[in-house]
Design a binder for this molecule. Structure first.
Ligand code: ATP
Ligand code: ZN
Length: 303
């Protein structure tokens, strides 16, 4: 049995994750949730005291038109999830039930709704903020958290299909958003060290689709547009990206017509915390019994 399967089985046995029969789709036990709640509180405590972000919680589905406009399907078609529904008449319904009864594919008649599953917590934000008009003087700062969907079924507990991302998003001048990202790269490392984990900062790239995607990934790396904090979860050698720090340049500003108070196209950056991955890193490091975790770690999370 490899390390990933063994950690997953131990998490099931401890009741931290609950098996649904689908890889990457799990229930969470109370102990697991308490770790996430404690860690989110710690994120708040490590955020700059004077920053005062606007707090927004979107549901895990987003406006399909906004999703289409974001260009997600150009880069990551393999990860996207859409919401389909039955939109037929009574005869269609009878056919559907018959299909199901005969074990045939009943999903063929399902039609796309106006909702798609949120792929990253910040995606629903940009078009909504752009609609307000130019950013105020000093730009914008937002605090988000959402379940996100990515179609990447796996036995690796750190690779889920539905997981939560906490994000801070900065919008404004290139200088302001770069300063925000640099600040969070430091804060993120201190935050991770405060719970007894060893972070390693590295440049990274997103999993762009196809052959052209390889070039996009290389260019993203060369331009240092994405950094990740890597932490051991299932392996000391192959660490897992638990936080990411992304500079989108003027991509979202340009896409959504988002501008600064001076009328320039806004630049954006985000810092994303993979909440389940951080909880898993904590369980892997300190053991599955949170009562037995070192007092300093318990104090940091729940003190
Ligand atoms: P974007 O750059 O498009 O705004 P993002 O930076 O917000 O995206 P990612 O960097 O792709 O999103 O992911 C953010 C964090 O979410 C990652 O650092 C990781 O911790 C977590 N994450 C990503 N994929 C998974 C997954 N399949 N299961 C669990 N956690 C994940
Ligand atoms: Zn983001």
């Amino acid at each position: 049995m490899d390390m990933q399967t063994s950690l997953l089985d131990r998490l099931f046995d401890a009741g931290h994750l609950i098996d649904t029969g689908i890889d990457g789709l799990y229930g969470r036990g109370g102990g697991f949730e308490a770790v996430i709640t404690g860690f989110e509180r710690l994120i708040d405590a490590h955020a700059p005291a004077d920053a005062k972000p606007e707090v927004i919680r979107f549901p895990p589905g987003m406006n399909r038109a906004h999703f289409e406009g974001s260009g997600y399907m150009k880069s990551f078609p393999q990860l996207a999830g859409t919401v389909h529904s039955f939109c037929g008449c009574e005869l269609d319904h009878m056919n559907l039930l018959q299909c199901m009864a005969e074990g045939e594919d009943w999903t063929q008649g399902q039609q796309a709704t106006d909702v798609v599953l949120t792929p990253a917590a910040c995606y629903p934000l940009y078009p909504v903020i752009a609609r307000r008009g130019p950013l105020p003087e000093g730009g914008g700062l937002f605090d988000l958290q959402s379940y996100c969907f990515r179609h990447e079924p796996s036995k690796d507990p750190a690779r889920m299909q539905l997981f939560r991302m906490r994000e801070f998003v900065r919008m404004g001048t290139p200088e302001d958003v770069m300063a925000f990202r640099a600040d969070w790269m430091e804060r993120g490392q201190k935050l991770i060290e405060a719970v007894g984990l060893d972070p390693e900062l590295d440049t990274a790239n997103d999993p762009f689709f196809g052959r052209a995607g390889k070039m996009m990934g290389n260019s993203q790396r060369e331009q240092k547009l994405k950094f990740e904090l890597l932490i051991p979860v299932t392996s000391q050698a192959n660490k897992t990206a638990c936080l990411s720090f992304n500079y989108h340049q003027d991509h979202f500003g340009h896409t959504w017509g988002l501008s600064t108070a001076d009328g320039e196209t806004a630049h954006t950056a985000c810092v994303g915390f993979g909440l389940e991955r951080i909880a898993l890193a904590l369980f892997a490091r300190h053991g599955l019994d949170t009562d037995a975790w070192p007092a300093s770690i318990r104090e940091a999370l729940w003190g």
